[in-house]
Design a binder for this molecule. Structure first.
Ligand code: NDP
Length: 333
């Protein structure tokens, strides 16, 4: 028997969640049954999409259940195996985060081929957020030669890779993020024009000053004023990859749409939303390209790390306060 702690959803938030919406519980794991492995999680991820799962509404990802452990991406180490093909010490990833350890059928975990990267990279730059950047920029926006690219949420897990993929392919990139530390990071990764949106009174003017001839691609992570600025700055036949709109995830009332949406017509803009889980087919291509970019020094990444399962709610809440530079992670062991 092994005792492990997990985080449960205690109550559903209205607006910005608070620490009171979560509780820590301890459970005892029996020895793994036939066909199961026992895993000690090393790292877990917190991601903006989990905010939607705290609401009791039907969406592309099912709601967390009250009183039950939450879940999400994690990487861990097999500590006991009762399943063929798995040995103690194997590195595995699963959707069984928000807990220090678990027993699961072997089919519920995947072995990680580390590609020489640290294990937690598979929750960030080499995992779901990384693939999101790759899919959104290359498949949804259809990046092509000469495109000028504008990225919001540019210093985050997804956004910082979008910026670097576009730079690796030779594009002019404008990135927007909150605060001087994030702007400094954007410059470090080669972003041509880094905008601190929190210091701007007129975001549209700032984007147009950075791209006097307009933008061809907008990678949307934020929504609100950023989308309006992108529409204003868009060139003829611009393509918008609508990845996320974190500025409205905690809204308690429906938010107004962009006031300048009609620009879509005259500018022949194509706007397309996407969910990364419909594009797992690109993972092998993504890992091949990522390995080359990392080897050539074209992709770097940052992590913001909270330690201990009891800090997981703080890490999650930090996403909505901009506390992370790069990927927000929780180190569990
Ligand atoms: P990030 O690492 O970018 O972290 C979130 C960041 O959002 C914060 O650091 C903060 O940066 C910014 N932010 C938070 N609140 C606000 C606000 N009110 N207004 C403006 N900016 C805000 O997260 P991810 O990289 O994991 O995710 C980025 C986006 O991509 C999210 O919208 C997410 O939902 C979406 N996503 C979509 C996927 C899909 O399949 N479509 C898959 C994965 C992610 P700052 O300090 O710069 O404000």
């Amino acid at each position: 028997m092994t005792a492990v702690r997990e985080i449960r959803l205690k109550s559903r938030p209205s607006g910005l969640p608070t620490a009171d919406n979560f509780e820590v519980a301890t459970v005892d794991l029996p020895d793994p049954a036939a066909g199961e492995v026992q895993v000690r999680n090393l790292w877990m991820t917190v991601d903006p999409y989990m905010r939607g799962r705290m609401n009791d509404v039907k969406s592309y990802s099912p709601p967390f259940q009250l009183g039950k452990a939450m879940d999400g991406g994690a990487v861990g180490e097999v500590t006991a195996s009762n399943a063929p093909g798995f040995s103690v010490g194997d590195l595995v990833q699963s959707n069984l985060g928000w807990r220090e350890g678990y027993n699961a059928p072997a089919a519920g975990v995947q072995k990680v081929d580390t590609m020489g990267l640290p294990p937690q990279a598979f929750l960030g730059v080499a995992g779901m957020p990384g693939l999101t950047a790759y899919v959104g920029l290359l498949r949804i926006a259809g990046l092509k030669d000469g495109d000028v690219v504008f990225v919001s949420g540019a210093a985050g897990a997804v956004g910082s890779l979008v910026c670097q993929i576009a730079k690796a392919k030779g594009h002019t990139v404008i990135g927007s993020a909150g605060g001087p530390q994030k702007v400094a990071f954007l410059k470090e990764i080669g972003v041509d024009h880094a905008i601190d949106y929190k210091a701007e009174t007129d975001l549209s003017a700032a984007v147009m000053a950075a791209a006097p001839d307009g933008i061809d691609v907008y990678f949307e992570n934020v929504g609100g004023a950023h989308l309006e600025a992108a529409l204003n700055a868009a060139r003829l036949r611009a393509r918008f990859a609508i990845c996320g709109m974190i500025s409205i995830y905690n809204a308690t009332e429906p938010q107004p749409g962009p006031r300048n949406l009609a620009l879509l017509i005259g500018k022949n803009i194509r706007m397309e939303g996407f969910i990364v889980s419909n594009h797992w087919d690109m993972m092998a291509d993504f890992h091949r390209d990522l390995a080359a970019w990392v080897r050539d020094g074209k992709v770097k990444w940052k992590e913001t790390v909270f330690e201990g399962i009891e800090r997981a709610p703080d890490a999650f809440l930090g996403l909505f306060k901009g506390e992370n530079l790069g990927k927000m992670l929780v180190k569990l062991a």
